[in-house]
Design a protein around this ligand. Sequence first.
Ligand SMILES: [Fe+2]
Length: 168
Amino acid sequence: MTLRTIAPAREREFVIPRLNRLLKTALFLEDLYKRYHWQVSGPHFLPLHELFEQHMETLEAEIDAFGERIRALGGTPTWNPAEFAKQDIVPQPDESLEQDLAITREAFEMQATYADALREAAGAFDEEGHYASHDLVVEYLRQHEQQAWFLREYIRKVETSEYVRAVN
Ligand SMILES: [Fe+2]
């Protein structure tokens, strides 16, 4: 007996490549966040070291959720590091950064850019009536927007503090 597929072909064809594109960037960001977590230094080391770890945990859960959704739709999730190194959503990181404020500015840019891509995918899934995929992407869009907000607030606070006048 032939088993039917879980979602219509139209949904599989539309959603799988778009989710895989997001998954590649989420894998890339998870690795990059490890760098932020390890490499950050300066007076704000400890709270940022911990914040970056929290963001990494979100990415880890997100990667699993996107990979499983792709499988449920009958696709193959990206897993190969050589592939996710070629992600095309967020800009290339500056590997020389260590100072807490500089790393946070880059992390903010990464989060905001990735959130734009999630928002775009969520809109497209909604328009096409792919409700479960839309709901999944919106869940993580909300989390990345919140994380971008935390980073933005940190930058705004530090940029007006004595610390910036001292290091510049
Ligand atoms: Fe750690």
